[in-house]
Each structure stands twice: as C-alpha cells, then as structure tokens.
Ligand binder design. Structure first.
Ligand code: OOG
Ligand code: NI
Length: 444
C-alpha cells in the first residue's frame, strides 16, 4: 500500500521543523537568531534577488526558510549505526568523513543529509554527527569506565525501535506512523538536565576533555546547536549584539567574496546550564550554543586543495578581532579567482547548467560560447557539507576557553565506517554528478 506512505523527504521536513520548535523552547536565543536571520535574508533578497537561482525562485525561497543543520555527538558504534537507520527513514545518508582529532578533538564525524537534487530542494536538513574515539583517552582505567557507562544506556525509545522495524518491514510509514516516528526520534535529541553519572565521574571525564564529559555523562546525544542559513553573515554578525547575542570573535571559513565559496560560519557562546548528578549534587555544564552559516559554491578537489592551502597560509598570522582577521584572509585569498567564468574554466567549482529559454542555441555550439552569449546559464551548485577546520574552531569556541587537546590520532575512516555499518558517500562525487546531470540534460 505504498501510496499511503509519507515520502522520506516529508518525514525529514516534519522532523526538522519539530526539532527546531523543540530547540527554540530549550534555547530561546536560538529563536532570536532565527528571527534575525529571517530579517536579514528578506533585506538581501529585496536588494539583490540574483543571489538565488531565478529559474527556481519559489523553491529556493522555501528551501532557505526551512534550511538548517544540527550537530550531535555519540559514544558507541551501536548508537551510530542505529542513528544511520533512523536518518535513513528521513532520506538522509552519511556523506563525507571528518577527522577532528587533527585539531585535538577526540571524535571523528560524518554528515547525515539528503543527496538528491529534488530532496535538497524540499528540505536540505543535515546533522553533523560525531563519534567519540575512545582510543584517544590515554588513561586505561578511565577508558574502561567510559565504555561501561556507555554500555548501560539506550539513547532510543523502545517505540522508536519498533517503528524502525516497521519501516523496514513495510518499506515506509503512513501519516500517523510518520508523526509518531518524529515524536519518538525527538526524544533521542532532547536535553536532560539530569546527568547519568555522579559529580566525581563527571569531573574525571571533564578533566580528560570537556567533550568526553558531554558525550558520556547524559542519557542521550542532546542536539547541541541548530544553524539557520543566512545570505549575509557579516551583517548578522554585526547585528547580533543589538539582539542581545554575543557572537564568537571571528567568522570561520573563507572571507567575503563576490562569488561566495564553501561555507562561512559564526556562533554564539554555549550556555552555562545547571545540571543534577546522580549523587544529589548540582553543577553546571556548557554544551549548547547557536550558530549561523552562509553557503557558497561547492569546490572541486582542485578548488578545495587551493582553499586548504590558502587557509593554512593565512593561519600563520593570528588576528583576534574579526575585522583584521577578515582583511588578512581577503589578502591571502586574492589568489583564489573570484568570478564565475574563471572558477568554471579553471575547474575550481561546480556549476549547474541550463538553457536560457529566450535564446536559441545552434547545433554543435560549444558550452563556453553558449555561456558567453547567454544561451546557457551556469548557476553555482551550493556546498551542502562541512569544513573540518571550521568545525574544530566551532567545537573549541564552545568547550569553554581552556583548549584541552588530545593527542591527534590519525584519520581512521575505515574504523568509522565499520562503526557506522556502511561506507560514507564521497561528497565530491555527488557534486560532480549533479554537474554532469545538468550537462546531460543540456546535450542529450
Ligand atoms: C559539531 C561542530 C561542527 C559545524 O557547523 O561545523 C559543526 C559539534 O560541536 O558537535 O556543527
Ligand atoms: Ni554547526
């Protein structure tokens, strides 16, 4: 009876909206940030409508209004692989591998997200998901303690597990089941002010690394931020104080450009929240924060190598204040072409090509001349993923000032995939395919 099933895209849309409503209640500043981003986006769209693809205007505006990403951190392979099933119900697959240990954070990560063009257009909701790397805890006794604590918890409700089985058996969920699924899934990501350990255990883990305490000491992987997408991050950063929000000092990622690339992000500091321990003591925990992002064109491997190289170059000189940091970045990034023609011709970025219905094309005409005379339009393909250096910057700025580091492990994608229960999708291959699909439609 597949016609009664709600599509994965719509289950994801319902879930992302329910999650946003929950997080607005949990962290009211997130609601303020949503309001600010909405206002700035409206101003940008009124002044420069060309920032969105004109051919798909209503869908693009809708996408922008629902677009956000979240982040969670889990402790075990079982938790990660069940999450994979949970996200599959919502049409989200694991894309990309991020080794955060390179930045002293004891996790590695992937992003669960939709991959098909039509699905991204309905709701591109993504969840940055990190798995604790137990092997990076150097005290063996503490390591054992951690695995004991994690082995005792179940982060999923029994009903959620039943619905996952039902989904597998039926091949889908009907309207009522989909709503129930959304409600049950939300339980996994809810905040618990009751910790699952006593104060001494919490402190021992905190001393090892703040993130370890955050992953291990609670009943579940509370959503730690939700991030709306803005069309002008510099403006939002500037306005945040007027809305009573203190932003992190510098914006992560590339500088402002005429042709935005990849992803720029900023956040506000995590809340210091009261929690109760199992031994009737109370304390504070710092984990949940707010973040915004601006997305630009996806880069090819070649473009990404240039980005990474320039970012490394820029990191030689540190600037605490954002204005100087951005000036310095812009100077270094002068070496990165900043017009669509060169980005395309030098194969630095991915584009989606479509015919201009107002201009006829002659048979046999090549792509560059079609574009040059406006018969074909090249629209940037938006970057849907994350940046490990930026992610590390966000992690660090929200774990409290004292930057604890773990010895950097090496990337361990195979171990991550083993825990996940599948391989992660290569993000470059996805963008390449989207670009190729548009070319195939152009030249069938
Ligand atoms: C995730 C940090 C990464 C981003 O936007 O790069 C992230 C975390 O703090 O768990 O969300
Ligand atoms: Ni984030």
């Amino acid at each position: 009876m597949s016609h009664r099933f709600i599509s994965e895209d719509h289950i994801r849309d319902r879930f992302s909206k329910a999650m946003s409503a929950m997080y607005q209640k949990e962290v009211p500043q997130y609601g303020t940030l949503l309001q600010l981003v909405r206002e700035v986006n409206q101003q940008v769209l009124a002044q420069s409508p060309q920032v969105l693809d004109a051919a798909q205007w209503p869908q693009e505006v809708n996408r922008l209004s629902v677009e956000r990403h979240g982040a969670i951190r889990v402790g075990t392979a079982q938790e990660l692989s069940t999450l994979r099933q949970l996200f599959a119900v919502m049409g989200m697959s694991a894309v990309g591998y991020y080794d955060l240990s390179a930045a002293g954070v004891p996790v590695h990560s992937t992003a669960f997200r939709p991959v098909a063009e039509a699905s991204l257009q309905i709701n591109p909701f993504r969840i940055f998901t990190s798995l604790l790397r137990l092997e990076l805890i150097d005290d063996p006794a503490l390591r054992e303690r951690v695995s004991d604590i994690l082995a005792r918890r179940d982060i999923f409700t029994p009903r959620l597990r039943e619905l996952l089985t039902l989904w597998q058996q039926q091949g889908g969920l009907d309207d009522e089941q989909a709503d129930e699924f959304v409600q049950q899934a939300l339980e996994t990501f809810r905040w618990h002010h009751q910790a699952s350990v006593d104060l001494a255990t919490y402190n021992a883990l905190l001393a090892q690394h703040r993130l370890i305490a955050d992953v291990v000491c609670f009943h579940g992987p509370h959503i730690n931020h939700l991030t709306p997408r803005t069309l002008d991050i510099d403006r939002v950063q500037q306005l945040m104080p007027e809305y009573g929000i203190t932003p992190k000092e510098t914006i992560e990622g590339p500088p402002a450009r005429r042709c935005p690339i990849l992803l720029r992000q900023t956040s506000f500091k995590a809340l210091n929240e009261a929690i109760d321990f199992t031994d009737q003591t109370g304390g504070m925990h710092t984990a949940r924060f707010g973040e915004i992002e601006q997305r630009g064109v996806a880069l090819t491997r070649k473009g990404r190598e240039l980005y990474d190289q320039l970012l490394r170059e820029a990191s030689g000189e540190k600037h605490a204040d954002n204005a100087s940091h951005q000036r310095h970045l812009s100077a270094v990034f002068a070496a990165f072409p900043d017009d669509a023609d060169r980005l395309r011709q030098q194969q630095l970025a991915f584009y989606r090509y479509r015919r201009n219905p107002q201009q006829a094309a002659a048979a046999g005409e090549d792509l560059e001349s079609l574009i040059a005379r406006g018969a074909v339009i090249a629209e940037p393909i938006i970057y849907e993923d994350f940046l490990p250096v930026s992610a590390a910057g966000i992690f660090q700025s929200n774990l409290g000032g004292d930057t604890q580091q773990v010895g950097s492990g090496s990337p361990s994608q195979a171990a991550f995939e083993q825990a996940l229960g599948t391989t992660v999708i290569d993000e470059f291959a996805l963008y390449q395919q989207l670009q190729q699909d548009s070319l195939d439609r152009l030249f069938p």
